[in-house]
Design a protein around this ligand. Structure first.
Ligand SMILES: Nc1ncnc2c1ncn2[C@@H]1O[C@H](COP(=O)(O)OP(=O)(O)OP(=O)(O)O)[C@@H](O)[C@H]1O
Ligand SMILES: [Mg+2]
Length: 268
């Protein structure tokens, strides 16, 4: 089962949500892989620290290595698993980002490599219980590749009125992509991030979204400085502060998503 976390708006919580849900699943025994498709490499930095691309041979360049080999000779291609790294956390693996992703994007796009990630994930799916894909804040080659490859999409929303405006465009883009490339893609829902129950605006925005029929997930994530601390310490919340309120909100969200997966499987 694989899911992409996507919103073309920057800073809404894609990386935080990807890494923390993945880490919770891994801590519960699910063998989990994260693909970092964002050239910014925040997920990579969060989980394995700074990566010096020069230091590694081409096949170890994570996602960039995987994409790069699709324009090279077939006989030289490696199994997608050879681009995966271990993280310091049990059951949690990463295919890291690299600055090379930015350099090769145009070439990949002009050579129609948009389905290559889907092919790679089809091979990785049997190796991992869960695959998460973190995306850049753009509807670009990499996020489209991810939405084409994924079983489902989670959309973070940070209770900002600009985020709401971009949600319409985002949902349209997802629908168009479903229609043209991936009819199986399931919209798991909108994850409310940095929710502040004391302030008036977030509650109003969320109520409006629900009123308009957006699939809002009921387990809201609150705002806490623990999240920045977690990024700084390079430890997902479940390891840094297992009993913190935000960590517990993440655990509840994770467990709800797992329940929904089981329900969907039963109804198929
Ligand atoms: N629940 C939260 N409480 C407090 N701060 C948060 C929370 N979630 C995310 N943040 C902070 O918001 C900022 C943006 O989060 P994050 O990097 O996860 O967003 P993103 O959507 O991946 O950003 P980008 O679009 O740049 O990739 C970070 O500094 C992060 O620490
Ligand atoms: Mg990010």
């Amino acid at each position: 089962m694989n899911r992409v976390v996507f919103n073309q708006k920057g800073g809404v919580g894609k990386t935080s949500i990807t890494c923390n849900l993945a880490a919770i699943g891994a801590s519960q025994g699910l063998k989990t892989l994260i693909l970092d498709l964002d050239v910014q490499g925040n997920t990579t930095h969060y989980l394995v620290g700074a990566v010096d691309a020069e230091q590694f041979p081409a096949q170890a360049q994570g996602v960039a290595g995987l994409f790069k080999q699709t324009v090279g000779p077939r006989s030289m291609r490696k199994n997608p698993d050879s681009f995966v790294w271990e993280t310091p956390f049990e059951n949690l693996f990463i295919m890291p980002s690299s600055p090379v992703l930015g350099q090769i994007e145009k070439d990949l796009e002009s050579r129609y490599k948009i389905y290559k990630l889907r092919d790679a994930i089809a091979k990785l799916d049997s190796e991992y219980d869960r695959i998460y894909i973190d995306t850049p804040p753009n509807f670009n080659f990499y996020s489209k590749s991810a939405l084409i490859a994924a079983d489902s999409v989670l959309v973070p929303f940070d209770c900002d009125s600009f985020a709401r405006q971009s949600l319409y465009e985002l949902m349209n883009n997802i629908e168009e992509l479903q229609e043209d490339h991936n009819p199986q893609l399931e919209v798991e829902g909108i994850v409310i991030n940095q929710f502040n129950a004391q302030a008036k605006l977030p509650g109003e925005l969320v109520a409006e979204l629900k009123g308009e029929g957006f699939p809002v997930i009921e387990n809201f994530l609150t705002s806490s400085v623990k999240m920045r601390e977690s990024h700084h310490e390079m430890r997902p919340l479940i390891y840094l502060a297992p009993s913190h309120k935000l960590t517990q909100a993440y655990v509840d969200l994770h467990n709800q998503l797992e329940k929904n997966i089981k329900k969907r499987r039963r109804s198929k």
